[in-house]
Design a protein around this ligand. Structure first.
Ligand code: SAH
Length: 251
């Protein structure tokens, strides 16, 4: 097989939604790909062109999707696996490596690369000001792939340790009560005056950003199109901006 027939898998991040936030590196990969694999709304963002096959699949079939990408690359195709934001943040990069680990031994020789994108938490932080200016934790509030008890533990300990936090998948129709419980834990661990921002559809039409205190926050402020940012004890407002200083006063 010559270099030009050699297939590859490039797992790329499309950023939070605005096309100006897709890196040039990722645009180049999408221009060279023969196949694009991903969750339906992300694949919809890729323009059709001759020579490109789009493979859009439903949510929660990440391993099948990853396996399909590896099979196509092994057959010589150039496969872009797309995620929103960054592919390493609660997205397809780990799914491809999980599939690789249990897949055909030959696949270990494939050209597999991960190309970063702007993750929702950091796109939202930039719109808010600099709430992640000191130490922070990113937590997925979905209990699809881990027990809810572990999520509660991580929320409590991260809050007590004074991390600012970014929450992905904060509240879905299938688990309407858990986000209210998360807010209760945060009030206990961080104090009710701590600032919390709800950033919905960041960088997309209709973007909204709302900052309140934990005491004022209600579960209805979040949905699956929202990333939630909680500050630490030093996070404060300056004019219309919210920021966390680079230093910590408690400890
Ligand atoms: N890999 C993605 C995250 C996938 S999990 C990334 O790095 O951003 C999906 C969750 O990301 C959503 O439930 C929401 O919490 C968040 N999210 C993704 N895009 C967003 C956007 N434009 N605005 C607000 N939240 C977003």
């Amino acid at each position: 097989m010559t270099q030009t027939d050699a297939g590859w898998v490039k797992i790329v991040g499309l950023g939070p939604g605005n096309e100006t936030m897709v890196t040039v590196q990722v645009q180049d990969v999408l221009a060279e790909a023969t196949d694009v694999v991903g969750y339906i709304p992300y694949v919809k963002r890729i323009p059709e062109r001759p020579g490109l096959t789009l493979h859009a699949t439903d949510n929660r079939v990440e391993i099948e999707r990853a396996t399909h990408a590896l099979e196509m690359a092994a057959a010589g195709q150039r496969v872009a696996v797309v995620s929103s934001g960054d592919p390493g943040v609660f997205a397809m990069a780990s799914a491809v490596f999980e599939a690789l680990e249990v897949g055909k031994p030959d696949w270990l020789d494939l050209d597999i690369q991960v190309l970063p994108g702007i993750t929702a938490m950091l796109a939202a932080s930039a719109r808010i000001g600099a709430p992640m200016g000191h130490d922070f934790a990113a937590i997925n509030l979905s209990d699809n792939l881990k027990p809810w008890s572990l999520i509660e533990k991580r929320l409590r300990l991260a809050g007590e340790a004074g991390f600012a936090m970014g929450f992905y998948n904060p509240r879905s129709k299938s688990r309407p009560h858990q986000f209210g419980r998360a807010l209760e834990i945060l009030r206990e661990a961080c104090g009710g005056d701590t600032l919390i921002s709800f950033a919905r559809d960041v960088s997309k039409p209709g973007e909204t950003i709302t900052t309140v205190t934990l005491n004022e926050a209600t579960p209805a402020m979040a949905d699956m199109r929202t990333v939630v940012i909680v500050g630490n004890a030093d996070t404060r407002r300056v004019g219309r901006h919210v920021y966390t200083p680079r230093y910590a006063t408690e400890g």
